[in-house]
Design a protein around this ligand. Sequence first.
Ligand SMILES: Cc1cc2nc3c(=O)[nH]c(=O)nc-3n(C[C@H](O)[C@H](O)[C@H](O)COP(=O)(O)O)c2cc1C
Length: 370
Amino acid sequence: MFDSVDGGAEDEVTLGTNREIFKNIGFVPRTLADVSDRNQEVDLFGVRSRSPVIVAPMGLLGILRPDAEIMLARAAAASGVPIVLATGSSASIERVAEAASTARRWFQLYPFRDEAINRSLLARAAREGYEALVVTTDTQIAPNRDRDRRNGFSLTSRPSLRLALDIATRPAWFWRMATSGGIPRFETLAAEMGGAPSAMETAAFFLSARNWNVTLEGLLQIRRLWRGPLLVKGLLSVDEARQVADLGVDGVVLSNHGGRNLDGAVSPVEVLPSVAEAIGDRVTILVDSGFRRGSDVVKALALGAKAVLLGRAMAWGVAAGGQEGALHALSIFREEIDRVMAFLGCRSLANLSRACIRLGSERALRNSLV
Ligand SMILES: Cc1cc2nc3c(=O)[nH]c(=O)nc-3n(C[C@H](O)[C@H](O)[C@H](O)COP(=O)(O)O)c2cc1C
């Protein structure tokens, strides 16, 4: 379970790049500004967020802890930041809305070939007050994750002997699972399937019914179905960012899926400045993949992002400490962002600019960033 969350694709080169990249961006502090009070609020689609972070969509987090998504949503609500619930969530659209009614909830869609399913999912999300829709386009086929292969971790087949033995050595985890309904399923999709499908059935349905290839035409159809803000997640190309901006989306999430899909893919931070230059004046630019510290977030904001999505940092928070753990993870980001802002002489995020950072010259990266 740990490896399936922690791991990346193949040799995990991109997983490493996602962290390494930040070492090539240095801060240029300003020391003479009055920074006695600081404010890290940001406006996201007309609503103030208390901090420039968003909980990223992550499927099947129930394998870490029962009701992990609900705990994350409550922590997000308490911290005044949005959470994106995944199509593959193990707590349903409705259950999360009810349990965390004050959370700013967005919904992530992996579109399905059957239009009726998309329509139904979006109607459910709209009815339950999910504000924005995030369509993920970077998972065109099943990724190749060596750790999952080695561990025999698969959603659609029975656990391998090795996995079963591993589970036997984690009694606390096993007890939590056993007393909360067993192996988590894709609960949001279970409703679309009717009846009471098993975990393996929901997984098989998810994999077989998905529309793995979302084209511009497909995005246009979704645009017609969704009235609120629409974002496209998983872009790394300036051209594609421009294309979706022309289509009328409200935001993009530059992402390599946390290094989980195409190994060797560039870090979103590398393309961020060019994308910001191309579409920053008309589309909200968000970014994720590899953000583990407040300083990473501030660097991305200085390069043109409006906010940052947090994946594993939040998964580990909730895995280790439930709702309190998730809250703690968000508070660490908040404190670190605040501290960096002070050292940079910034009282608000509007003060952040390219002048606050300097790009390292250790790697050829400098050229690609400019
Ligand atoms: C366990 C796990 C499950 C994920 N599931 C989804 C998903 O269902 N949909 C999606 O758009 N992104 C998914 N992602 C990617 C995240 O939304 C995000 O892009 C990524 O985690 C960011 O990188 P980070 O983990 O380094 O912060 C998942 C990531 C993880 C770690």
